[in-house]
Design a protein around this ligand. Structure first.
Ligand code: LMR
Length: 395
């Protein structure tokens, strides 16, 4: 049976990490996968996570199944983190399941859409996270793209986006990034969110919001502006969230899929169907990451500590954006990279070509995704000179 299989191409992001690990260059820098690193190059376990984890180990009395929805406390806390004291929570119109990471949430969302309307179309931004298309296609959906990033002017192509959204048929789904757009770092401003939310309501397509970086842009509240506004404006929507980045729980695989229905009874049906989708996928989600997150969010003290640690990560990435731009100038680069300091979250496109990306890798051990996406979170005060001098050479 397996003799028919052919070797697949390397994953554009994870394949790069494999190559990076095998590189012997002592100065190598991995600007590929979106993993936060501190200024010493380590991906720390947050202190609040350590405390919560110890507490759970001490308190845990059973490893019995939790059920397909996962932990009810986690689900409530994560919905409140994303939506605040939003009316959809008060109206009891949201149903949440814990999922294995944000990827699991997207897959459940995709399968639920496909179950409702087999072969439905979902529109994703051009560009989008390298795994979005694959996840939705694997769930049986047809994937199309709408314009988003203006590569030439290094800004949002908002007019192009709106023009394309206006033509999307009712009952198609449309994926939006809540904040820290991956890969471009270009986010919608509040006024643009107003327009997009209004259009979603008028046309009637199903918004699917991926919120994987809440707290990495401007802050927990500001980063949720778009998702909260959308929930205020439309009757039904899907929210896929992740705790990988903001809680630093990458390998624990914890995220959530939350669906807002038109009414309590509609939400009940959606929630019940979502459970059947989970059951045939992985039966039940892993529990450890959810236990850590709910312990933090259920304690005012740990939540306050988490806010401090999250701010430290956010501020460091912001500092590295400015430092990169300044050092490029200092090291003789005349091309304008100032757009990097204006963008949000972990990523930006450098805007260099394939030959320059190859040279960075082969000559300098600097690993950049093929789209020229870089993770700002991998830059430090120690490696920024080597990085910017290398960029200056390939330019
Ligand atoms: C990324 O975009 O680099 C991260 O979300 C890691 C991944 O799974 O691709």
């Amino acid at each position: 049976m397996f003799s028919q299989l052919q070797h697949p191409p390397a994953d554009p992001i994870l394949g790069l990490s494999v190559k990076f690990s095998a590189d012997n260059n002592p100065d190598k820098i991995d600007l590929g996968a979106g993993i936060y690193k501190d200024n010493t190059g380590k991906t720390p376990v947050l202190d609040c996570v350590k405390i919560a984890e110890q507490f759970r180990v001490d308190q845990e009395v059973s490893k019995a199944y939790l059920g397909s929805k996962g932990s009810a406390l986690f689900n409530d806390k994560i919905a409140a983190l994303i939506l605040g004291d939003h009316k959809v929570l008060l109206e009891n119109r949201i149903r949440t399941v814990s999922t294995p990471g944000g990827t699991g949430a997207l897959r459940i969302a995709g399968e639920l859409i496909n179950k409702t309307k087999p072969g439905a179309t979902i529109w994703v931004s051009n560009p989008t996270w390298a795994n979005h298309q694959g996840i939705f296609k694997a769930a049986g959906l047809n994937v199309k793209t709408y314009p988003y990033y203006d590569y030439e002017n290094k800004c949002l192509d908002f007019d192009g986006m709106i023009a394309a959204l206006k033509l999307i048929p009712k009952d198609d789904a449309v994926l939006f990034h809540a904040c820290c757009h991956n890969p471009s770092g270009m986010d919608l401003n509040p006024q643009q969110w107003q327009e997009v939310a209004q259009l979603s309501k008028e046309i009637g397509f199903m918004p699917v919001i991926d919120i994987a970086y809440q707290g990495f842009g401007e802050g927990l509240e500001a980063d949720a502006f778009g998702v909260r506004l959308m929930a205020e404006t439309v009757e039904q929507m899907i929210i896929c969230s992740s705790c990988s980045k903001n809680f630093g729980l990458y390998r624990e695989r914890i995220g959530a899929c939350s669906i807002i229905g038109k009414s309590v009874s509609a939400a009940d049906i959606i929630g019940a169907v979502m459970v059947t989708v989970v059951r045939v996928n992985y039966s039940m989600p892993p529990a450890h990451g959810a236990a850590i997150v709910e312990t933090i969010l259920d304690s005012a003290e740990l939540t306050a500590q988490w806010h401090i640690e999250l701010k430290e990560m956010r501020d460091r990435i912001g500092d590295m954006r400015h430092l990169l731009v300044d050092k490029l100038i200092e090291n003789g680069v005349s091309r304008d990279f100032s757009f990097i300091a204006k963008q949000n979250g972990m990523f930006s496109f450098l805007g260099i070509d394939a030959a320059q990306i190859d040279r960075l890798q082969s000559e300098f051990g600097i690993y950049v995704v093929g789209s020229s996406r870089i993770s700002l979170a991998a830059i430090s005060t120690d490696n920024v000179d080597y990085l910017t001098k290398s960029i200056a050479k390939v330019l």
